[in-house]
Design a protein. Structure first.
Length: 193
């Protein structure tokens, strides 16, 4: 019995969701096709019905993760007024929290992969570079000055803070890194209410 286009699309979405989560949790090199397919409830043999290679899966999985992040950012910026927060505060708090630190599989791909990105395929670096630009542009829009240089500094602060908070083995220090970084980012919020 064959699969419908809808079933194939649903399977592909599950594969991308699992691969993007596994990459963010364990890194690009740790992604195994067999494990990814098994996690998606599919056989290893079904892989080539969806992707031409492991590298193609990695690029699409990271595109999937970036699209998810972009949607979350748009939602945060749009909903910030309802929560009596500025757009920058909504964005910064969504990144700089313990839940994000402890759950990289559902978090920002850039925060998860920044350390290993310099060693990866140029297509992946290009994708992450594009995301840095989009994230900085979104953050620039969230500040009253619309300053892209300041926004790049905020992106660097956020990614660095998450990377460090994940790297240390001291929860108190990790929390301090997050709170100090949030305070620093919020000094750039000219739209504070």
């Amino acid at each position: 019995m064959g699969y419908s286009q809808a079933q194939k699309a649903e399977s592909r979405e599950r594969i991308l969701e699992n691969a993007s989560r596994q990459i963010r949790e364990h890194g690009i090199e740790a992604l195994g096709v067999a494990d990814c397919m098994r996690s998606a409830g599919l056989t290893h043999g079904a892989f080539y019905g969806h992707f031409s290679s492991r590298d193609a899966l990695i690029v699409e999985a990271l595109e999937h993760a970036v699209i998810q992040s972009e949607k979350r950012l748009a939602s945060l910026a749009a909903g910030s007024g309802k929560q009596a927060k500025t757009p920058l505060q909504s964005i910064a708090e969504a990144f700089l929290n313990e839940r994000h630190v402890k759950n990289p599989g559902n978090g920002c791909a850039l925060c998860a992969l920044a350390g290993e990105a310099r060693h990866v395929d140029p297509d992946i670096r290009e994708l992450l570079t594009g995301y840095v630009r989009k994230l900085a542009a979104r953050i620039a829009q969230a500040t009253s000055g619309n300053n892209e240089n300041a926004a790049l500094g905020i992106v660097a602060t956020i990614v660095g803070a998450i990377t460090l908070a994940r790297a240390v083995d001291d929860d108190k220090l990790a929390k301090s890194i997050l709170s100090a970084s949030l305070a620093m980012v919020m000094t750039q919020d000219g739209g504070a209410r």
